[in-house]
Ligand binder design. Sequence first.
Ligand code: MLT
Ligand code: MN
Ligand code: ZN
Length: 306
Amino acid sequence: MKIKVLGSSAGGGFPQWNCNCRNCDGVRKRTLKAIPRTQSSIAISETGRDWLLVNASPDILAQIAANPELQPARRPRDSGIAAVLTIDAQIDHVTGLLMLRERDTPLPLYVTDPVWQDLSTGFPVTSILAHYCGVERHRIALDGQALSVPALPNVRIDALPLTSKAPPYSPHREAPERGDNIGLVFTDTVSDRRVFYAPGLGAIEPHVYEAMSNADLILVDGTLWTDDEMIRLGLSKKTGADMGHLAQSGAGGMIEVLDSIDRPGARKVLIHINNTNPILVEDGPERRILAEHGIEVASDGMSFEL
Ligand code: MLT
Ligand code: MN
Ligand code: ZN
């Protein structure tokens, strides 16, 4: 199976339009060794022809343009995106659905029930799309049954419920439901190799740790280096924990978690990186620390074959 990183940044992107933090200012003025990144999305395929889009980022159109394999040009109107799955109802993962409205058939969309609820109420993307291509709803049931998507017959998809929060506009923001946020395990049933993907991961629960430990590619929450990073920079009042993101450094942080996993040959890659995170500076000390721990940092266009 093939995995393509379309967008490796967290919500806001890098640089973020209104941000003049050290990273955003430095990448804009090219005074920092760092590369721009678009917002959170990956695509997965068996043959490289038909793709499952996992998260539909606000930057989807630029991402399609940057990845010609998503436009195989078989017909006058065509796309390599066969279906979409979103792991939550957050702006950075669902806004791109609106950009796919010119399809001539309903868009196959795989989401959990609480995410469907948010996408038809708090952020009614599916109701809006009903006036264009429409949406073909596929339920992610979280009943332990693996999911399969017709375009990827040899890929098994297991969804893991994560403890986190629904978006601020969700009608049940203050009453979290199972399925507000999920992590995913993709298994290539031919090669028996596995990918773990969770761009938002606030706590490493036992079922999550088990899935991470058994993966050959771990694509995991790289949002913040320190839990209070955005507060210290005066940019937000929220900690990483408040937002459902486990920071990399410190006791119990993501570096420690990844260090405890020693599956031979497994790659550990941070994804969904916030623009304030010092790991974006390629010749910086935090990046050296990650390298010492065998941890990579995702960038747009990065691809994997398993
Ligand atoms: C998050 O991952 O915490 C959200 O995407 C943040 C946002 O989009 O503002
Ligand atoms: Mn996000
Ligand atoms: Zn910034």
